[in-house]
Design a protein around this ligand. Structure first.
Ligand code: SAH
Length: 348
């Protein structure tokens, strides 16, 4: 399906059925977007931490290997990654893990055929799944998700003079545009936030709750850990965090669906609640900058710069981009789950 086919399908659906809830618009637009292109890198729409520096994936690999070793080196553990992009993080993490003779089977949860092909070049022994539930049951899992949850669709409830209603997408002469529609949904808003000012927005992501719930109950049953890294906040909280990014710049959220990256900030308060409810230990969220520094990013930067002096400036710039509070250091958060029988992880 071409980009214009998707826009036409959305327009026809809205003409037939009325405004489309944002959550459906975002789900359909992102599924098309990721299925039809590689969005990463300087030539694409956005750059992620593993694409900035190999040190990011290596430190995650060391974190996993340390935890696995202290858990008694269970031989049936699997490496699982959600939304692995180009496979860069997995490649760097697994290389670091090999140094301590940890070479687990690789299970990748990825829906995009374009990105699956790129991942297969770097991770030829990987196995691919459309959904986390398809990851084989058995041994403990070491799960990584970097910039995965932000791509999952959100619902937005908006406060007007009378109550809370759903944000939907209409279609008219000006193209796609946001409209408020449907019944009063005040009952869905946490009581403490119901009396917010008109114009306030609250976001919920049923998809995030479902995926996080599935991985938390798997960890509780079979053991292991998960590391979630993303931009986000600790809710429940008000705020419209929906954004569209195209060619490294913010773009219109509603125009040209499926051609730009639609994301929302991740509610780490909700992730933590899900982990605790499943009986897991929850660590963080902590800021990405602090987490990487306590994992030894400074020492790793110095060691690589010593080995390759011509790359010194580049390595220092990468460290700054990953950790500076005005860059990725503060907005990005790191949260971990560990099962009850596993040790406490490093760097929290
Ligand atoms: N983790 C990578 C890529 C982040 S982009 C990195 O840090 O570079 C988001 C990734 O999630 C892409 O691989 C995309 O194809 C995948 N993805 C998005 N929605 C998904 C879904 N519903 N199920 C599985 N994978 C999804």
């Amino acid at each position: 399906m071409s980009d214009t086919d998707l826009a036409e399908r959305f327009a026809r659906e809205i003409a037939a059925e009325g405004p489309m809830p944002l959550v459906r618009f975002m789900a359909g637009a992102n599924a098309h977007y990721y299925a039809t292109r590689d969005p990463l890198g300087a030539e694409g729409d956005f750059v992620t931490a593993p694409e900035i520096s190999q040190m990011f994936g290596e430190l995650i690999g060391l974190w996993l290997a340390d935890l696995w070793t202290r858990a008694g080196s269970p031989q049936n553990a699997h490496y699982v990654e959600l939304g692995p992009g180009r496979g860069t993080l997995a490649e760097d993490a697994l290389r670091a893990m090999r140094a301590v003779r940890f070479e687990p089977p690789i299970d990748l949860v990825e829906t995009s055929p374009v990105l699956r092909r790129m991942q297969a070049e770097r991770l030829p022994t990987g196995r691919w799944h459309d959904d986390f539930d398809e990851v084989p049951k058995g041994g403990p899992l070491l799960i990584v998700a970097n910039e995965f949850f932000d791509a999952l669709p959100v619902r937005q409830l908006c406060r007007d003079e009378n109550g809370w209603r759903e944000l939907s997408v209409g279609y008219g002469d000006e193209g796609f545009a946001p409209v408020m529609s449907g019944p009063d949904l005040t009952a869905l808003v946490p009581p403490a936030l119901r009396d917010a000012e008109p114009g306030s927005v609250i976001e919920t992501s049923a998809a995030t709750t479902a995926v996080a719930g599935a991985l938390a109950s798997r960890l509780a049953e079979h053991g292991g850990a998960a590391l979630v890294i993303d931009y986000g906040y600790e809710g429940p909280a008000l705020g419209d965090t929906l954004q569209a990014v195209s060619r490294h710049a913010y773009a219109d959220i509603f125009a040209a669906p499926g051609t730009r990256d639609l994301t929302a900030h991740v509610d780490f308060g909700e992730l933590a609640r899900i982990g605790r409810e499943a009986g897991l230990q929850v660590h963080g969220p902590v800021e990405q900058g602090m987490w990487l520094e306590s994992m030894g990013l400074g020492a790793r930067t110095a060691a690589l710069a010593k080995a390759a002096p011509h790359c010194r400036e580049e390595l220092i710039a990468a460290r700054d981009r990953l950790t500076n509070p005005t860059e990725m250091g503060r907005l990005f958060k790191v949260l971990a789950f560990t099962s009850q029988s596993w040790p406490d992880p490093a760097a929290f």
